[in-house]
Design a protein around this ligand. Structure first.
Ligand code: ADP
Ligand code: MG
Length: 682
């Protein structure tokens, strides 16, 4: 067996299974082995019904008094069994598994494993796993991998296939140069793969993870290195001589820049007037006012006769920036006597609309282009691109760099980010990147008031929401899911909106927003929210980054324990943007102490970097791959904060291979680059 073989060569993988695995990006043996578990679980001591805690995953002793019954109809067919013990009752429900009625034997003792929920005053456990007592003892001693799934791919399938490969005992070639591996005391590749899927114990898992995390950083560093040109000190062909427009624009603002904003703007202006190409990261926590700095830089570039481009991660954000730029520049246009021409380019434009934008760009009828990654498609040709700014993208990705090289232009580059990028990463990404920091919020801001509460607080929260709406304010409510799921008892946007409409008075305008909606619909909802035609917006995390509605004063997050702290911090950043006092309500649906402690970090601090690092300290080994710090910098297995030493090491080691890369490693780098091709936001 070769590691590059198709998964079709495995037993049990036919056309259908192959297609399903493809959906997860698994095509080859290698893809499969590198589809690492999302997390790991161990199985608890089984308990009796009387010790059940609602909302928790647990193993319950069960004696089947009666054989299970089948309930046809409804959306899906159910098989139901009931456990009785003293005065306690637990209903077990399986979906689409009619064969269980034959398989489960009346009068026998089992252990059922799953989450106990309360529905209509009854305890239920959906899709419990079934064990007999002996099996359970065996499994209890193991660490069980949990994979991310898609339709048609179950845990068992992934476990079975990876097992099949490991059991064949084929040793794959370790592409990491052996001397390096030994020097760094990293586990051998095959061993690491086995232990990541089937860890013997936590210690081995840690060792395996370290090796694979190193690999990920190392390949990343090598890939960047290969793309890096001598760009760092490229002479600039876009030299700026005046900032008259920027100065007039500043005067037209209703506020004064903070000292930190002023300092950053000065640093950027200095770059623009120097003979070298700017390569700068502008880091500032949510709400610190990065957009206005981008506007100043873009205005200055346009004043000197060049074009600028602002790239953002979502369509919603692109549209918001577009609207606010058009509006903000109105006054300045009057002063300078002509329009500043702004274009919006997103994936959802029609072909015809796109063509018009392309044409206007190449003939320099657009001064500033705002858009999603659609702006770096091949067809986009600027007439004279002088500045590229990325907002909330955290890195100017591999592809973007390539795109610029293809175009043969060396515009100034400004990367704006609210995520505190560790310095180690910045160095790998940009070599000697310059960094400006906005470490101060506008003085007019009142600190956001936070609370962590249980679901019993909901009526009070709704009252509060109602009052805020009465005072003309707007509200965000975040749910983790879009629609109801059979398997997860989490709040979802659609049902939640229905519920809320029944609870709140009918004059309160409630709408929802989520990523699966059509772009036009999303835009419409956001537009109505900006225009205060919507009071309460129930949304998934699509509004996480960048959105700016200063009149919104309440952020309420349902199932907040399900989110990473950095992500919650981003969400919180959507309020507290205006003069009014803002509030953040973290609704917690489990009563776990640990979850509470985590969430309390957010209450204690409003400092993004502090929050990210404290979160880390609280995460135990079981959480190792658990909650991502931020959905934005997405390494597979490695974690930028937790593994920053490893990242630094990988960066240093990559340098040794600058002039010569062993061929095995080269294949891996090329594969890595291919895989990240579509990931503009890596
Ligand atoms: P972020 O850094 O999160 O991108 P924004 O640029 O969206 O923040 O700014 C948030 C809000 O703060 C905007 O409404 C903006 O107009 C306002 N703002 C920016 N700078 C200042 C300032 N110096 N004083 C008062 N308000 C400001
Ligand atoms: Mg922003």
């Amino acid at each position: 067996m070769q590691i590059t073989d198709s998964i079709r060569t495995l037993k049990g993988v036919g056309e259908k299974v192959e297609q399903n695995l493809n959906k997860l990006g698994i095509y080859t043996i290698e893809d499969l082995m590198e589809f690492y578990p999302r997390t790991y679980v161990t199985y608890e001591e089984p308990i009796h019904l009387e010790d059940i805690i609602v909302g928790k995953r647990q193993a319950v002793f069960g004696w089947l008094q009666k054989s299970p019954s089948r309930i046809p109809g409804g959306k899906v067919e159910k098989t139901i069994a009931v456990l009785n013990e003293a005065d306690k009752k637990l209903q077990l429900i399986w979906y689409r598994m009619p064969y269980l009625r034959k398989q489960l034997i009346t009068g026998k003792n089992y252990i059922f494993h799953g989450v106990v929920k309360e529905k209509n005053g009854q305890w239920i456990m959906e899709q419990p796993e079934i064990y007999d007592l002996d099996n359970y003892r065996v499994i209890q001693s193991k660490i069980i991998p949990v994979y991310s799934l898609t339709e048609g791919v179950r845990q068992k399938l992934l476990a079975k296939l990876t097992r099949q490969i490991i059991d064949q005992n084929t040793l794959f070639h370790d592409y990491l140069p052996e001397d390096l591996r030994i020097e760094l005391e990293l586990a051998e590749y095959n061993y690491a793969l086995e232990q990541i899927h089937y860890p013997k114990d936590w210690e081995m898992l840690k060792i395996a993870r370290k090796r694979l995390a190193f690999d990920e950083f190392f390949l990343f560093a090598l890939a960047i290195q290969r793309l890096k040109t001598t760009k760092e000190s490229t002479n600039s062909s876009h030299i700026i001589k005046s900032k008259m427009w920027a100065d007039s624009f500043l005067k037209s603002l209703s506020y004064r820049l903070t000292n930190a904003q002023l300092k950053s703007w000065n640093e950027i202006y200095e770059d623009l007037t120097s003979e070298k190409v700017m390569n700068r990261l502008l880091q500032g926590d949510v709400g610190s006012g990065k957009t206005v700095i981008a506007q100043l830089a873009l205005l200055t570039i346009v004043e000197s006769g060049y074009q600028g481009c602002l790239m953002v991660p979502t369509e919603v954000l692109a549209k918001q920036h577009y609207d606010s730029f058009v509006n903000d520049f109105k006054f300045l246009s009057k002063i300078i006597g002509h329009d500043i021409r702004i274009g919006l380019l997103t994936g959802s434009l029609s072909v015809k609309e796109k063509k018009e934008i392309y044409k206007a760009l190449s003939s320099h009828e657009i001064d500033i282009l705002i858009g999603t990654h659609a702006v770096i498609q091949d067809k986009v040709e600027f007439s004279n691109l002088g500045l590229v700014i990325t907002d909330e993208q955290h890195r100017f990705g591999v592809n973007q760099r390539e795109w610029l090289l293809d175009k043969g232009v060396s515009p100034h580059v400004l990367v704006m980010s609210a995520t505190p990028i560790p310095r180690t990463l910045a160095i790998i990404l940009y070599g000697d990147l310059d960094i400006s920091v906005i470490d101060e919020l506008p003085a007019s801001r009142k600190p956001i008031k936070n609370c962590v509460v249980g679901t019993s607080y909901r009526p009070a929260a709704y009252n509060f929401v109602q009052n805020q709406v009465k005072n003309g304010r707007q509200i965000y409510i975040i749910c983790p899911m879009v629609e109801e799921s059979e398997f997860m008892d989490l709040e979802n946007v659609i049902d939640y909106t229905d519920k809320l409409k029944k609870i709140l008075p009918s004059n309160i305008r409630i709408e929802y927003l989520h990523g699966k909606m059509k772009n036009k619909e999303k835009e419409m909802i956001m537009e109505r929210y900006y225009n205060k035609d919507i009071d309460v917006l129930v949304s998934t995390t699509v509004i996480e980054v960048g959105i700016n509605v200063p009149n919104a004063t309440v952020m309420m997050v349902e199932n907040s324990e399900r989110f990473g702290l950095a992500q919650l911090h981003q969400l919180r950043g959507r309020v507290g943007r205006g003069k009014e006092q803002s509030y953040c309500i973290f609704m917690q649906s489990s009563d776990s102490e640990k979850a509470k402690k985590r969430l309390n970090i957010l209450v204690e601090s409003n400092d993004g970097f502090y929050i990210a690092s404290e979160d880390l300290k609280l995460r135990g080994p079981g959480d190792m791959f658990g909650i991502k710090q931020s959905g934005l910098i997405d390494f597979h297995i490695a974690d930028l904060y937790q593994d920053s030493d490893l990242l630094k090491l990988a960066g240093e080691c990559a340098k040794r291979y600058e002039s010569h890369i062993p061929s095995d490693l080269l294949r891996r780098i090329e594969r890595y680059m291919q895989l990240s091709e579509n990931d503009i936001i890596l």
